[in-house]
Design a binder for this molecule. Structure first.
Ligand code: NAD
Length: 249
């Protein structure tokens, strides 16, 4: 376990699912955790359960992102770790996809990442220290799935953004990396339906879905002081789903 004692971590989309798993692991590593989420009821409940703070956040609005970071700086006086995790993934086939579907997906997943990282960087630069971990996905950068072309584009886009942003702040003591989860059992995944879950379980070499804690532990490593020499990189956490099988297997 990495020691995050004395550090302040902001987890977006931390009320539920993967974000809550990240918040839980970072809190158990000693960090003071702030859950920032659009769902006030779930956000406050998760914060109470984990001994964390809760701030309202809508990542699709730049002002809201700035306010969340400002509230962290006002109340906790520093921001060491940003986990930019919020994302949505409703399926929609390409033929019926409207501009509104596309814009909503990118407004939250991609533009929201830009808003949060930019807001956090301002605070981190004055400290000369920061760890940013973005929750991307295997879908987009490494695989495709019917009904998720807009989602896949947003998740691949996050990685392009991450790599260039990492170079821009490398001299400021700030690293930016991404985790790429496979299929992790959350409300968002359950909403994809039984057929999807069965198909995925069969495709994963371990035949098990991942848990939010699995992602939390990977994020904890990238968010630690010990990961200081890793930036602009991705860490796949998928039970081996994207590994190509050798012909002998
Ligand atoms: P989830 O739907 O279970 O939880 C998402 C959280 O984000 C919720 O608490 C929700 O209230 C919050 N949220 C939604 N819109 C928001 C907004 N505009 N502003 C602030 N908060 C908002 O989702 P999840 O499965 O935990 O996924 C989290 C992240 O992991 C996403 O980026 C997703 O793309 C990624 N991911 C998930 C899986 C998976 O299998 N679950 C796989 C790969 C990647």
């Amino acid at each position: 376990m990495f020691d995050l004692t004395g550090q302040v971590a902001l987890v977006t989309g931390g009320a539920k699912g993967i974000g809550k798993g990240i918040a839980k692991v970072l809190a158990s590593a000693g960090a003071t955790v702030v859950i920032a989420d659009i769902d006030e009821t779930a956000g406050k409940a998760s914060a109470e359960e984990l001994g964390a703070h809760y701030f309202y956040l809508d990542v699709a609005r730049q002002e809201s992102c700035k306010q969340a970071v400002a509230a962290v700086m006002r109340d906790l006086e520093r921001l060491d770790i940003l986990c930019s995790n919020t994302g949505i993934f409703p399926q929609c086939d390409l033929a019926s996809m409207t501009e509104q579907h596309w814009d909503e997906m990118h407004g939250i997943n991609l533009k929201g990442t830009f808003f949060m990282v930019q807001a956090a960087l301002e605070a981190m630069r004055t400290q000369g220290y920061g760890r940013i971990v973005i929750t991307s996905s295997i879908t987009g950068p490494l695989t495709g799935f019917p009904g998720w072309s807009h989602y896949a584009a947003s998740k691949a886009g996050q990685l392009g953004f991450m790599r260039s942003a990492a170079l821009e702040c490398a001299r400021d003591g700030i690293t930016i990396n991404a985790v790429m989860p496979g299929n992790i059992l959350t409300e968002g995944l359950l909403a994809q339906g039984e057929d999807y879950l069965a198909q995925m379980k069969a495709a994963i070499p371990t035949h098990t879905l991942g848990t939010p804690d699995d992602i939390g532990h990977a994020v904890c490593f990238l968010a630690s002081r010990e990961a200081r020499y890793i930036t602009g990189q991705t860490l796949v956490v998928d039970g081996g789903q994207v590994l190509p099988e050798s012909p002998e297997a």
